[in-house]
Design a protein around this ligand. Structure first.
Ligand code: ADP
Ligand code: GLC
Length: 483
């Protein structure tokens, strides 16, 4: 079989730059797809963290003026990643978060910054840069969504395009007055193109132009067709429903491996879990200043603090958790009001509520390796990666029944328990009372070690790797090329 050449276009990629799961996925796909006969190169903005991570770099093309300044495209390596870094200092050479200024508001030129990324991807997709020509341009989220549009409205024959929606809530909506500056052809400013209620919507433009659309779980692919979950784009998505599919994310097998994890005080294999996890739990309690109480169930959370993640509901039920002798180990950053709420609770009950409000990779691993249960109460969740790590590490997931959470966890209802297939606990709707009921259900199961260990073992035996999904992406690429 001939090798398939794919250009992945992404605004984040682990381990170079990450704000969320998009980076994990973009970082894991190239290796996962290599064994499927796919060679993936990743086009990313040349943020300082990206440029400094390149171990080799050759300039393959220069732009005298790319949306307001000179730029060049660097081809290089970082570890095993094959990177094309768009070195455009006027757009990307700034410290901190890729999307936000220090005060938490968007960079004022995000339209130019991410249109530039997509514009160069469009060029590559039309074979206009150097000799390398991709068969497929695979764009991720709104930041790359104009790439399929630039190709479709461009003049040259172009590669096939795939747009993956990791989160429909972020759409890249900007004033129509930017059309010319962003070099979007006027003919694209229609309902069938980039126009959205009189504005430009990057994501809509991509949804209308891509040859195929994927999202990151089958359930989310269905949910977004409904007005309730479609975030205003359900109409467009319904029109394109035939070209829309859901492919579940996997979990990186090197970064998340209990047998080799450098951040775990005690590493373990699936045949010797209990003792190791007990000691990791003690280390976690110590790390967050929690009471070393073996009778308290430790509930872990690792999350962006945002409306999506439903953690306001957790705040609401904290008093009830305390009454049940449940301890909380929370790692999260984001929304200031949520953060203040958890900080206040932790200050009032330091021995039961332990929080860290930063980005902390080692602590994330310690929580997965030590918490008894792991909570993801999202209002919507395209896929979710933390519940996959929880499954693999033996922290029993408690999740809302939405999106990828619904697809990856088997609820411990009486039938699933009797059949011996449960891997966690699900609840719905995403409201405080059902959430509390789910946690109570978890505590009851936790107090019965035989049942709990069975649920835990089922979770650890679940295949959360990229294997199956890598195959599905490879097949999708091949089908697009052959049609
Ligand atoms: P989303 O992309 O919506 O934030 P995911 O569950 O897909 O949600 O991915 C989140 C990723 O970010 C996971 O790899 C998770 O471990 C990581 N993560 C989230 N918050 C933190 C944090 N404060 N510190 C370290 N890792 C975090
Ligand atoms: C998004 C979603 C999350 C998903 C991640 C990677 O950030 O919120 O559910 O796992 O992208 O696809």
């Amino acid at each position: 079989m001939k090798e398939i050449k794919v250009l992945s276009v992404t605004s984040e990629i682990y381990p170079l730059i990450k704000t969320g799961g998009l980076a994990d996925v973009a970082g894991a796909l190239p290796a996962a797809l290599a064994s499927e006969g796919v060679r993936m190169r990743s086009l990313v903005p040349g943020y300082p963290a990206v440029i400094s991570a390149l171990t080799t770099a050759t300039s393959i093309v220069r732009f005298a003026d790319l949306f307001g300044g000179p730029a060049r495209l660097l081809a290089g390596k970082s570890g095993d990643l094959d990177i094309l870094a768009l070195d455009a200092p006027h757009l990307y050479n700034r410290p901190g978060n890729p999307y936000l200024q220090r005060d938490g508001t968007d960079w004022p030129d995000n339209a130019q910054r991410f249109a530039a990324l997509s514009f160069v991807a469009g060029w590559l997709g039309q074979g206009q840069v150097g000799r390398w020509r991709p068969d497929i341009v695979h764009a991720h989220d709104w930041q790359a969504a104009l790439a399929p549009l630039y190709m479709k409205f461009g003049e040259k024959a172009h590669a096939k395009s795939v747009l993956t929606v990791h989160n429909l809530a972020f759409q890249g909506r900007f004033a129509a007055g930017l059309m010319q500056e962003l070099q979007i052809p006027p003919s694209a400013f229609t309902v069938q193109g980039v126009e959205y209620y009189g504005d430009i919507s990057f994501l809509k433009g991509g949804l209308q132009s891509a040859d195929h659309i994927t999202t990151v779980s089958p359930t989310y692919a269905t949910e977004i067709l409904s007005p309730a979950m479609g975030m205003g784009l359900d109409g467009v998505l319904n029109q394109r429903a035939r070209d829309l599919s859901g492919i579940l994310n996997g979990l990186d097998g090197v970064a998340w491996d209990t047998a080799t994890d450098p951040y775990l005080p005690v590493r373990y294999k699936s045949n010797a879990v209990q003792n190791a996890r007990r000691r990791n739990r003690q280390a976690l309690q110590e790390r967050l200043g929690l009471r070393p109480d073996p009778d308290a169930m430790v509930l872990g959370v690792i999350s962006r603090l945002s409306e999506q993640k439903g953690l306001d509901l957790l705040l609401e039920i904290l008093p009830q958790l305390l009454a049940e002798n449940i301890q909380l180990a929370l790692l999260g950053a984001g929304d200031a009001i949520l953060q203040q709420g958890f900080a206040r609770a932790a200050a009032a009950y330091p021995s039961a509520i332990g929080c860290a409000f930063n980005y902390d990779e080692p602590l994330a691993h310690l929580i997965q390796g030590g918490a008894d249960a792991f909570l993801v109460p999202s209002r919507f969740e395209p896929c979710g990666l933390t519940q996959l790590a929880a499954l693999r590490y033996g922290a029993v997931p408690i999740v809302s029944r939405v999106g990828g959470l619904a697809d990856t966890i088997i609820d411990a209802n009486p039938v699933a328990l009797a059949a011996g297939v449960a891997t966690g606990i699900q609840f719905g709707p995403t409201e405080a009372a059902p959430l509390m009921a789910a946690i109570r259900r978890a505590v009851t199961l936790w107090r019965d070690p035989k049942i709990w260990r069975k649920i835990q073992a089922n979770g650890m035996a679940t295949d959360v790797s990229w294997k199956r999904s890598a195959h599905l992406y490879a097949k999708l690429y091949a089908d697009l090329i052959n049609n």
